[in-house]
Ligand binder design. Structure first.
Ligand SMILES: Cc1cc2nc3c(=O)[nH]c(=O)nc-3n(C[C@H](O)[C@H](O)[C@H](O)COP(=O)(O)O)c2cc1C
Length: 200
């Protein structure tokens, strides 16, 4: 009975974005991902390190005695523990993972375990951030997340969305359907498996 109730609860997904630049463009891709998840009935929340004023890493969340971590870390730890999957929206800085994204991710560990991650990568150039996405797969695996096979790469990120994340090419929703459907499949599969326990 508890399993059926859990399955009926909407999937919960933090959409983690990692740029704090004044002139940032990837926020448009993050809003697109957020809206596509919400359109599919998913309880998705945008995690914006700029809005959260997320600190540079000093102590990981788990290094704080219970109840003493900064409020923003408590809030994210609670959300991440309840999450069914993580949507990671990553740019590419010098072929690698943007520092604000890595910094936010590094604050947590066990909170991510046994859940899938889907990578939506982007760049201002033609390659859509895929080099950073490949590095992210390594990092997310170390953090206990299973990355889904599909990526959602976006080239020329500044030009292909309006500020609110609406794609200028209406076919974008069609192109991205496989990515979102795959992510949902993995979240449902792993949610069901977590109901009967995790290895540790
Ligand atoms: C420090 C830095 C390094 C960058 N390196 C790359 C790169 O390696 N490959 C690429 O395609 N674009 C690169 N760019 C361009 C970014 O893809 C583009 O500025 C993008 O909008 C950055 O994401 P953001 O606006 O969300 O911060 C770089 C930008 C910055 C600021």
């Amino acid at each position: 009975m508890a399993q059926i109730a859990a399955r009926m609860k909407p999937l919960l997904v933090p959409v983690i974005y990692g740029s704090v630049r004044t002139a940032r463009q990837g926020i448009k891709a993050a809003r697109f991902v957020l809206h596509e998840l919400q359109r599919r009935g998913i309880d998705a929340t945008l995690i914006d390190p700029l809005e959260k004023q997320f600190p540079l890493l000093d102590r990981m969340y788990k290094e704080f005695p219970k109840g003493t971590a900064p409020a923003v870390m408590e809030e994210l730890a609670d959300l991440f523990r309840r999450a069914d999957g993580f949507a990671i929206v990553s740019g590419e800085y010098n072929n690698g993972i943007p520092p604000a994204l890595k910094n936010l991710l590094d604050h947590f560990l066990e909170e991510y375990f046994w859940r899938p991650a889907a990578i939506a990568c982007y760049s201002g150039g033609r390659w859509g951030g895929v080099r950073a996405a490949m590095q992210l797969r390594m990092t997310l695996a170390e953090m206990g997340m299973v990355t889904i096979p599909s990526l959602l790469p976006t080239a020329n990120v500044g030009e292909v969305f309006t500020d609110d994340g609406t794609p200028t090419d209406p076919k974008m929703q069609q192109y991205s359907a496989e990515f979102f459907n795959e992510f949902i499949w993995y979240m449902e599969a792993l949610r069901e498996r977590r109901q009967s326990g995790v290895p540790y």
